[in-house]
Structures are given as C-alpha cells and as structure tokens.
Design a protein around this ligand. Structure first.
Ligand code: ATP
Length: 870
C-alpha cells in the first residue's frame, strides 16, 4: 500500500480538527461552492436529504463516505436536517480562497439546533420555537423557555408535576439537561422530548447569575422579579449559555426575562391538557380545540392564542375585560372589519425585529417590517377612538414608529431584493455618492454599447464583443474568422482557441472611470444597509411591544369572529362557586358532526352546597365523555376570554381543572395501566382546592369490576368528604355507584338518556336526572357488528351473573367494606385461605375482563361456601 494513502490530506486534517470540536453535530463543511459531509455524517445526511452518498479516497486507507450539496441550497436542506432532529454545525470559509495560497481558513459560524433556529423554513409561524433548560435541585426544579426567533424569555420553578405541566404547555423543541441528570430527566418527564446534555458545570448559580446580568447589563435580577428563583435562574443562565455555545452572540432582542406567574393562571396538569386535546391529540387526524377556536390572522395572534390557552386567567376583572372587548367588537362590526382588514397586512414583526437584532435580516424583510408598521397606524386610531376602555388602552400603547418607517422609506428601495448583493437595495436620492456611481455605471454601459456599435460598423466585424476580466480589464474580442479586419491601433492582449482579445486607448480611458463602479456600488449598498439595520436596534423594544399588542388584538378579534361563526355567548364570570351551563355544547364535536346531524345541547349545574358531585351513568357511546369535556372546555374558553358554546353560562371562577380518563391507552408506557391510572388520580386528590373542577371519566375501568367499583366509590367519597368540596363530574358505567347518592347528600345521579328499542339502543344524548339500571355494553357490541352467537351468549352470561350478584349485594359489600376487614375471619394458617391466597396472587388483574373477574370471585365464594358447609 502506498505510504501517501495513509497520510491525511490537509483538507481532511482541517475537517477532523473542526469535527472534533463538534462531535454531537452534523458538520456541513464548505468546500468551494459545496457544503460537504463526511463519514457517518454523510451517511446520515444522504438518508435524510435523499442525496447521493459517494466515497472519497476510494480504496485508500483514508477512504470515507462523502455527500454534499451546492451552498446556495442551504436553505432547502438545513431545515430538513433540523426537523429530523439533527444539530447542524455550519462550517464556512473564513477568507477569500483567491487571497490565500495555503489552505483556506475555515470555522463554524453557526450551530443550528432544533431549539435555536431562525430559518423561516424551520419555524412554524403560529408556534413558538422554544429552547428549554431544566435544572434539578433536591426539592425543586428550575425551568426556562427561550425563543430566539421572537426574543421571549420566561422562567419558573416548582415541583416535578408543575414542571411537567409547563413542558406540556410550552412544548419546547429542545430541552437542555445536565449530563448527571440525564436519567432523572427521562424518569421524571418521559422520553418524548428532544434533549441535549450539557456539562454539569454550566448548571451553577454564580455562573448563571453572571451570564444573565452580563447579558441584560444590570447589577441584579431584581428588576425582572426573578431574583428569588434560585433554580429558575440557573435554568435561565443555562439557556443563555447555550446560545453563546451555538455561536449566537447578537441577542439584543432578548431584552427582558419574566417569570411565569403560576398564581395568576388556572392550573391544569399534563393529563388534563392531553385529555382535553387542547393542542394535540394521540390521534394524528383528530381536530383539537386550538384548530377550532383559532381565528387569528397574524403569526403573533396565533402564538398568543396558544399562550392564552396554556395560561387561562383566574382574575374575574381581567377576564371580563376580554369579554367586554369581544362584545364590543361583535356589536361594532365595522370596527372589527377595519382592524382585521389591517392585521391582514401585518407580517411577523416579532420575528422580523429579532432578525434585525441578530443582523440576519434581508432588505426585503425590512420593507415588510415597514409595511407592517404602516398597517398599525390605522389600527391605532380606530382603537383609540372606540367606545371600549380596554381597546382604547391597547390603541394608546401601540407605537406609530413614524421615525422608523420614514427612515426605512427614504433609505430603501420599495422593491428591495432578498439579497443585498443583488443590488438596487438603497433608494435613489439617499446617497449622492451612490447615485453618482450608478449614473456612471449606467452611462458607462451606454458608452460601451455605442462604442461597440460604432466599431462594428467601422471595421465590418459582425461578431465583436466587449467584456472585462480581472487580468487586463476591458477588452474587445474578435473571432478568428474576422482577425484580418482588426485595425492597427488595437493592441493584442490574449489569444484564445477561437478568438483574440484586444485593448484600445479609448477602452483604457473609460475603464478608469467605470471599472469597479459596480463593485463600489455594491459595497456602498451593503454598508448603508448595515448602517440602517444597526440604527434600527433602538426600536427593538417598541416593535416587540407592538407585536404583543397586535397579538392580543388579533386574539380578541378572533374570539369575536369565532363567537359569530359558531354562535357562542357571553359567559357571566363571578366569584361564586357555582357552575351553571344552559344548553352547553362541545366546541369541537359540534363542528365535526355530519351535516344535518345536530349536536344535542345539555344543561349542567354544580355547586358546593347541594350538587357537588354528579355521577353520570349511561351506556358506552352515549355521550358521557362529551358532557365531561364540554364542561371543562366551556370553563376554559370563558377564562381565556372567549365566548362559549352554550345558550347561557354562569361560571364561578375555577382555579384548577383536573381530568382523568381511566383508559387502556397507557399500556404502551409499559407500566401497569391500572397503576398509571391510580398514580394520575392520586395527584388530583392531593391537590384539590375549593375552586377546582374535577372530571373523572371511567376511573377504575383499568381493573376488575369489584376493584374498579371500590376504588371509584372511595375516590368519590373522598371528594365528597374533603373540606374543599370540589365540583366533580364522574362518568361511569358502574351503575352500582348510583347507590352513593343515598348516603352522600351532595352526590347526585344523572344519566345520559337512551331509548331502549327491542334489541337496540337509541342515543338521545340528553343528560337527565336519575341513575341507570344496568350497563349497555352488549348493545354496543351488537352495534359494532359482533357475531350474533357472541351477543346471545353474552346476554345469557349477563343474566346469570345478574341473578347471582345483585347490585345491592355488591354495593352492600362496598359499604360494609370496613366491617369486612375483620381479620379474625382469616386464620392465616387455614389451608383454604392459603389456596385462596394463591388463587388471588396468580390472577393477573390487569388482563382480567369484568366478566372473568366476577367468575373468579364466584369461584372463590364457592370455595368459602363449601368450607362453611363443611
Ligand atoms: N350531545 C351530543 N350530540 C351529538 N352527538 C354527540 C353528543 N355527545 C356525543 N356525541 C357523539 O357520540 C360519540 C360518543 O360520545 P362519548 O365518547 O362522549 O360517549 P361515552 O358515553 O363517553 O362513551 P364511552 O363510555 O364508550 O367512552 C361522540 O364521539 C360524538 O360523535
């Protein structure tokens, strides 16, 4: 093998040195006009980007995979890599290859990761792109969220449950965790997040404090109201540190950090957010609440609505303020139309101004910013002059940004290009020097055109060409066939295969003037544009404020449009503990029913005095879950400031919403389904308040019937007896639970009415007072097309079971549960008991169907009866 094959080429040596610094990233290595990837990066890139994988140095020792793409396609390929979850280090040539004789200097200019991205093709306009950092202390966990594309920076701290909820709410694109907490993080918050692990030393209080104060240029963090958040500060410091690690140093738009004020907002834990399908659903095709209620027009509005939904208000006054604006906009349609008509012209000014701060902005985007700010002017005057106090304040606070708009207008050409190097960025009349050069370049061109014409005529050479190169400037090119017609005074400079190149005195004279004019024009344009961008930095905060206000206004206008389109009403919010909904509807389901099939509206009343807990029974598919969810969604909509899908609604402020569904969906988590269900429920019982709304859907379903009923019973009893008396809806198909209303005064029975036909059930979907006699599972099985044999067999087994275990018998058992604990009955050495114990221990409760459970119980009972008889 040749010795030289073993040696690294200088290029690969440079590559390896840079790659060693970014081992976790996919390195895009600029070579000439291409971005190349090598080795395992190339294998990955070729797969993700569907580009050809080749080999470099094939057959030699230094053989390595290679895949690349043209540098101008970066914007096409980069988002694909990032979306596939890659961290991408962009390594550029740091000097002009023409200027150096040795290998070109290269270095990483940006590290793009899922949580740190500017590229419009990576970002979703109506969603934030949050980078998150999580710091674990013994007692508490600190968290921060930072969106570099909008400049928002938030922090908080709390227990695992709270942090989990925030992670769910803000759904960050990337989560930073210390290496030592790697396992702890996945154990606590699961494996759904895109995580990156940083060295432990980054997670230090002093370092974080210093990073933050240095960035904000303040002595303390008092002004931000976060100085007492020890863990939160560390998490925030880590997020900022990460930005500098990924080479993001121009961060003037991250102008403030605020604390997520937990106490101001309705508490919903992650199960509730998931169960209510606010933003996403386990079913990818399902329509979520946000899909239905989002009538915003701007990107800022879309993002604001998500924030509002994540953090519903708890203060009656603030909520009412939003309702009043919506009411005003509905009553004054022209105002609504005027405002929405202007919002249509507003681009994503929040992200545009961030691009200004990071100087990643294009001339066309600056024009877009100006036009957006222009649309704000009429909005401001409409809002200021309207008859609603909150709207007026909003209008007052909008900045006209006159100076900024004027300056952009006089500096930039209205048709400015995306790339400043394309020319024509700066407006005419802005710079004398520029105008002069442009004139020169223009007249120079005309002069050359005229000269070409004249010389062609004079010499009779038809294929004359005038062009220039870097070596000897302007020249005239003559094809070989016309060589003999060349005038004597032309000086030959170069001979090509088919042509000769000449210079002339006249050309030399003009060259002095025009050569380089184009280049100088571009240099000046770049300089003036850069100056404009720097000058604009003083407006970052004003534009950010406008972005926030337009976001709010867009949301409120959206609520008005929503109320109008879907017939929502103004909800009354008060400080009572009552919840009274007349003709309530499910906002999502009602939009999805086939045309002509109406959604059946329902009334619901809950309070703490007489009707605290409602047991809702009814067959499967009758609409129990729909009633539960619509109740929560109506409260939620009301408290984010929207009107609600109902005929009428009076809502005593709710401060926590809990929902739990006893489902079998969790099997995939590998944990016992029932265990998960109980874990989730336990966290409710430990957190309830007097303003909580608790929705339990088929809790207890995850285990055998007896277990299930007992647990459901005990939970309901606990909620009833709890001094907070939380308002509760409990949907169950255990009709046995109806017995509870006899003992517990604030538990009331309702059922979702069905009409029983001969062999079938007709769903009426009306919630009516009273309990149910029995379950209807078999009817549903029939409707689902189960074979007739199975249905009739099931009916037989059911009636047999019902005979041998009347519901009274069962509920008596539960009621006298305490008495049953007479251990004296159990002589632990009794061989029968050992046998029963074995029987129970070998039963897999999680896979047992209710019928099997009853049969097993029957078996055990028979053993006992036999023993008694003996
Ligand atoms: N009020 C209503 N008006 C019209 N259709 C409804 C109404 N309520 C529910 N539905 C329809 O019935 C379907 C079943 O409702 P839902 O899931 O609430 O039933 P359920 O009683 O909770 O059933 P299960 O016990 O099987 O979960 C819904 O998907 C919806 O299409």
């Amino acid at each position: 093998m040749a010795k030289s094959a073993k040696k690294e080429t200088p290029l690969m040596k440079q590559y390896n040195a840079i790659k060693a610094k970014y081992p976790d990233a996919l390195l895009l290595f600029r070579v000439g006009d291409f971005y190349e990837t090598f080795g395992s990066d190339a294998v990955k890139a070729s797969k993700i980007l569907d580009i050809i994988l080749t080999k470099r140095g094939a057959g030699s020792d230094s053989e390595t995979e290679l895949a690349g793409f043209p540098h101008h396609s970066l914007n096409t390929y980069l988002p694909k890599l990032v979306r596939a979850g890659e961290r991408v280090a962009i390594c550029d040539q740091l000097e002009d290859p023409k200027q150096t004789k040795t290998i070109v200097k290269r270095g990483v200019t940006e590290l793009v990761t899922p949580g740190v991205a500017f590229n419009d093709d990576i970002l979703h306009s109506k969603s934030n792109n949050f980078l998150c950092a999580v710091y674990f202390e013994k007692q508490r966990i600190g968290i921060s969220f930072l969106d570099i594309s909008t400049g928002e920076f938030l922090t908080s701290q709390g227990d695992a449950e709270y942090i989990d909820k925030l992670l769910q709410n803000f759904s960050p694109s990337e989560v930073l965790v210390s290496k030592k907490s790697r396992k702890l993080f996945s154990e606590t918050f699961g494996k759904d997040f895109h995580t990156f692990y940083l060295e432990d030393w980054v997670f230090q209080a002093d370092y974080a404090h210093e990073t933050l104060t240095k960035h904000f240029n303040t002595k303390t963090l008092k002004g931000f109201g976060i100085e007492d958040l020890y863990e939160g500060i560390i998490a925030s410091g880590v997020a900022l540190h990460y930005l500098s690690e990924t080479r993001h140093n121009k961060l003037e738009h991250i102008a403030t950090i605020s604390r997520i004020a937990t106490d101001d907002y309705v508490w919903m834990d992650k199960f509730t957010i998931r169960n209510l399908e606010l933003y996403n659903s386990t079913n990818a095709n399902a329509v979520t609440l946000i899909n239905v209620i989002d009538k915003t027009i701007s990107a800022m509005g879309g993002r604001m609505l998500k924030r509002w939904l994540a953090l519903p208000l708890k203060h009656a006054e603030k909520i009412k303020q939003r309702h009043e604006v919506v009411k005003y906009l509905l009553e004054n349609e022209t105002v609504l139309q005027k405002i929405q008509g202007q919002i249509k012209h507003i681009g994503d000014i929040e992200r545009l101004i961030s691009k200004i701060a990071t100087t990643k902005v294009s001339p066309r985007e600056v024009i877009q910013l100006k036009n957006s700010l222009e649309a704000i002017v009429p909005i401001k005057s409409v809002a200021e002059n309207c008859d609603n106090e909150a709207l007026k304040v909003l209008g007052d606070n909008l900045h006209r940004c006159d100076l900024l708009r004027e300056k952009i207008k006089e500096t930039l050409n209205e048709e400015a290009p995306v790339n400043v190097l394309k020319g024509n960025t700066i407006a005419e009349g802005f710079s004398e020097e520029l105008d002069e050069l442009r004139g020169l370049s223009q007249s120079g061109k005309t002069y050359l055109d005229n000269m070409l014409k004249r010389e062609t005529e004079r010499t009779g050479i038809t294929s004359l060409k005038i062009a220039s190169n870097n070596v000897f400037g302007y020249y005239i090119e003559v094809r070989n066939s016309h060589k003999d017609k060349v005038p004597e005074e032309w000086i030959r400079k170069q001979t090509l295969v088919n042509a000769e190149r000449y210079i002339t005195e006249e050309l030399k004279e003009y060259e002095a003037k025009i050569l380089g004019a184009e280049e100088r024009i571009l240099t000046i344009e770049q300089k003036l544009f850069a100056e404009l961008v720097t000058w604009m930095h003083q407006f970052i905060v004003s534009v950010q404020q406008n972005a926030q206000l337009i976001g709010q206004l867009d949301c409120l206008c959206g609520f008005a449009s929503l109320a109008k389109a879907n017939k929502y009403v103004y909800p009354q919010i008060d400080d009572s503990y009552d919840l009274e909904i007349k003709d309530g509807r499910h906002p999502v389901i009602e939009q999805q029913l086939p045309i002509g099939e109406p959604y059946i509206a329902n009334d619901l009343f809950l309070d703490r005095a007489s009707q605290q807990i409602i047991m809702i029974t009814g067959p499967n598919m009758s609409g129990k879950s729909a009633i539960l969810r619509q109740t929560a969604l109506i409260v939620l909509l009301a408290q984010i400031g929207s009107f609600v899908p109902a005929g009428e609604a009076r809502i005593g402020l709710v401060d926590k919403i809990f929902t739990r569904v006893g489902a079998s969906d969790n099997i995939s988590m590998g944990e016992s389904t029932f265990m998960v269900e109980m874990n989730e429920t336990a966290s409710i019982l430990n957190n309830i308040s007097d303003r909580s709304l608790v929705l339990l859907d088929e809790i207890g379903r995850g285990t055998s019937t007896y277990d299930g009923i007992s647990i459901a019973w005990a939970i309901s009893e606990y909620l009833h007896e709890h001094p907070a008396k939380p308002k509760t809806l409990f949907a169950t198909h255990y009709h046995e639970l109806n017995e509870m209303s006899e003992t517990f005064e604030r538990i009331k029975n309702f059922n979702v009415a069905v009409k029983e036909l001969k062999d079938n059930v007709l769903f009426v979907r009306k919630l009516v007072e009273g309990g149910s006699e029995h379950s209807f599972g078999i009817h549903v099985a029939k409707m689902a097309g189960m074979p007739q044999q199975v249905i009739s067999r099931a009916n037989k087994i059911l009636s047999k079971l019902e005979k041998s275990h009347s519901s009274e018998e069962l509920t008596d058992k539960v009621k006298t549960f305490k008495d049953d604990l007479q251990l004296s009955f159990f002589n632990l050495d009794d061989p029968l008991l050992v046998e029963i114990k074995d029987e129970i221990l070998h039963t897999d409760i999680d896979t047992l169907t209710p019928v099997e459970a009853l049969m097993k119980l029957n078996e055990i009972k028979r053993m006992l009866v036999k023993k008694k008889q003996a």
